[in-house]
Write a protein that binds this ligand. Structure first.
Ligand SMILES: C[S@@+](CC[C@H](N)C(=O)[O-])C[C@H]1O[C@@H](n2cnc3c(N)ncnc32)[C@H](O)[C@@H]1O
Length: 319
């Protein structure tokens, strides 16, 4: 069975200008059936269309906002903000200590959805007042809702409609949560390369840990926490298509950045490590980052050499 997420299929964007493209329901249903996913095909077959069979864009937006609102509850429960600050706090300490990089700094969250992480960082001021906070997403409806929530909450952050592969905002540090599995391994290399080629000093991308327990854990967790069948379906597929440690370390090993994986398999408890990040840092920042992290956390941060042959750069296979 091919692992396709419904949310990736029911919206389409013209990547040249970001405008929305019509999506035919029967085409999405066919793709899902061809992939052997009858349950997902039935979910899409129940979505409203116009007379020509084009999915109703407003209904799709409302659905995605509602599913992402449920996703936000998962982020709260998994304490994703604290997890990020556990690593980014020491990273910004290392950056500030290095005289070559005076602030202010900018954090850009790629594929921010409703902007929970950026809004949490703005509300808690966890990274300090010298870090500007921006979220970017390909989905204009999610960006609009993220912006509305930030205004309602009186938060100092902003949201921009844009593509992860042609980033509209420069950053000191790029981050993401739950986005990497949307990209093939081949695309991941380009994603990391673009950030390495920018003036950014680091990236830190959290995604589902590809453990043997992940699909079962995702099934139980999404069943308990998400109401809409689309959210339940995509949550499980996300875990099934999560990239393994070797793929993350191999694709993130791009020129100019040192790839580091936090809590790889074997150094983490699969019952506790639900999401964990792949980092890329300018090589001169690795030692101060490790120092700021402290011995215990630093030992959980490994480079491609940790996995030997398996993490060597090589031909990536498209998904
Ligand atoms: C599973 S959601 C995660 C949202 C959010 N980061 C969170 O943790 O709640 C994946 C997000 O990535 C966005 N996305 C997918 N492909 C993208 C791309 N090429 N550029 C920017 N955003 C993208 C989707 O629109 C969606 O909001």
């Amino acid at each position: 069975m091919r692992h396709l997420e419904i949310s990736d299929l029911i919206t389409a964007v013209d990547l040249r200008d970001g405008s929305r493209l019509p999506v035919r329901r029967d085409e999405v249903v066919r793709q899902l059936r061809d992939g052997g996913d009858e349950r997902a095909a039935r979910i899409v077959a129940g979505l409203p269309t116009d007379r020509d069979g084009t999915l109703d864009p407003d209904a799709v937006d409302r659905l995605l906002i509602s599913v992402h609102t449920e996703l936000q509850r998962l982020s709260e429960e998994l304490r994703i903000g604290n997890r990020l600050v556990h690593l980014l706090g020491p990273l910004f300490t290392a950056i500030r200590a290095d005289g070559a990089h005076p602030g202010p700094y900018r954090l850009v969250d790629i594929g921010c959805g409703l902007g929970y992480l950026v809004r949490w960082l703005a509300a808690t001021d966890a990274l300090g007042p010298d870090v500007e906070l921006i979220g970017v997403d390909l989905n204009a409806a999610l960006v609009g809702e993220a912006d509305r929530l930030a205004r309602a909450e009186g938060l100092d952050c902003r949201f921009v409609h844009g593509n992860a592969f042609e980033l509209p905002e420069a950053a000191t540090v790029y981050v993401s949560t739950g986005v990497l599995h949307h990209f093939s391994a081949a695309a991941l290399t380009g994603f990391f390369q673009a950030q390495a080629a920018s003036p950014a000093l680091a990236f830190c991308h959290f995604d589902i840990a590809a453990t043997s327990l992940a699909p079962l854990g995702a099934r139980v967790f999404h069943r308990a926490r998400m109401r809409h069948p689309l959210g339940r379906h995509d949550g499980v597929v996300s875990a099934e298509r999560a990239h393994d440690d070797a793929t993350l370390l191999r694709t993130a090993a791009v020129p100019g950045l040192r790839a580091l994986l936090y809590e790889p398999r074997g150094l983490s408890n699969p019952f506790c490590t639900t999401l964990r990040p792949i980092l890329g840092v300018r090589p001169h920042l690795e030692a101060p980052l490790r120092q700021a992290l402290g011995g215990r956390a630093s030992r959980r941060l490994v480079g491609p050499e940790h996995l030997g042959e398996a993490a060597r750069p090589g031909e990536e296979v498209a998904r």
